[in-house]
Design a protein around this ligand. Sequence first.
Ligand SMILES: [Zn+2]
Ligand SMILES: [Zn+2]
Ligand SMILES: [Zn+2]
Ligand SMILES: [Zn+2]
Length: 511
Amino acid sequence: MSIKYEVRSNEKLGRYLVAAKDLKAGERILSDQPFVLGPNSDTSLVCFNCYLPLISKFLVCKNCAVAPVCPGDGCPEQFQKWHTQQECEFFRNLKLNKGINPMTMVQNVGSLLVLRAILKRDFNHQEWKVFMELETHLDRRRGSNVWEYYDNTVKFIQSLGILDNGQNKDLVQKICAAIDVNSFEVRGPPIPAIECAEILRGVYLQAALLAHDCVANTHISINDRNVLVCHASTDIKKGDIIYHNYTDALKGTTIRQQHLMIGKYFICTCSRCSDVTEMGTYMSSAICSKCKTGYVSKKADVWECNSCGKETEKTDIEHKIKCCSEKFEVINKKDEKDLEEYIKNVSLVLAPNHYLLLDAKQRLAGVLRDIINREPRPTKKVMRRKIDLCKEILPVLEVLSPGICRTKAITLYELHATMVQLSKKMFDGREISASAYVDELLNAEKYLKRSLEMLVIEPGNSPEGELCAKALEEYRALKLSMAKVMDAIHAQGKSYQSENVTEVSLHPEVD
Ligand SMILES: [Zn+2]
Ligand SMILES: [Zn+2]
Ligand SMILES: [Zn+2]
Ligand SMILES: [Zn+2]
């Protein structure tokens, strides 16, 4: 593989990556093994070998007699194993020399990741050196709550007597900070029978250097062997900075900035953050109470309408948004009626693409998907509503996450699926002609193809990878359905004529 990126550094970003050549959307930029991977600091007990949760009982590793591991038949074979021979020997020595017992480890499972990072110092010095050079913002953490929070970890590591003389407790704090600031969320092994997984944290030494922008140009996935793969999500020109978005693209600027400040210690000044309209989406704006058509957005200390120019008191508008936000907290987000009611009411107050409305719409689309899949004869109304919701969400995603985006791929898939179901129902009920049916299937095919283009880069065993396999099956079935309808048209001595009057755009503009 030719060199795709170079490491640069400057005052503002520290070290960061730039494209060493022109990169095409979908092109792999880097793939990275975890330097360390493990449970969160507030985790409950997990197996030290495979990270499955240990709920009621556990065994202790036969060799070291310290590490808690899966009971019964042991760790499932297919999962990656993390209790290495080196660690096992290390625990054995601790048991002999320090009297460490399994309960010590059970009580300190939240410090396991830090301990494993320290062990790298002895066994992989080169990587350890790189790890120690990662951004930590140690001075900003010193004396803060988070510093205090990790005091237990510091004490635990000190009690093991593995720090060299002269190494003070700051080393442990520094490791905690390097993990907090640089780690990626990683899905743990799927827990049998409940299909969910522990959320782990992994530090990836190359990917840790990706700079942040709220509109990223990369797509990151982590496969079931915990390898992180970073693809270009849009075309990237040689010399351009390679960006990853550390926050949720579907949250408003204030929330994203809070998240970045708390977790990463910086104020983002990207083009989206410095634009009160959030790239024309008005994602944090409200409807103007004076002209009723414009949107008021926060400009420094006032809220100003983009249409009539009226300034609204900060307290008034922020109170309104807070109410909408609190209301969203308490409604039943799995209930169709609750969500519809919420969307109806909040649409009178907030701009149509406000992040609270988008969140409600996404959830409602999910609830409707479940209804459609569950009911033997779902109504056309439900299907139409779901199609509308997908079409409302997609243009916003197109602006905020241009190119390849996981949420977009899933939304496009969902849109296609319901379009196919609805048009089949209408064709079977003789409500639309064969040609109109073909038109609908062709439209659905466009969405499905676009979804597939994004899903193909997802790792095979991830939920998205599984969706990709399903989508491919459905693509074949769709082609077959179209051929059958075409045959039927021809058998009647007719020919297919598009009745498509409202051509569906794949890239609709945001209002
Ligand atoms: Zn296990
Ligand atoms: Zn062991
Ligand atoms: Zn930003
Ligand atoms: Zn106005």
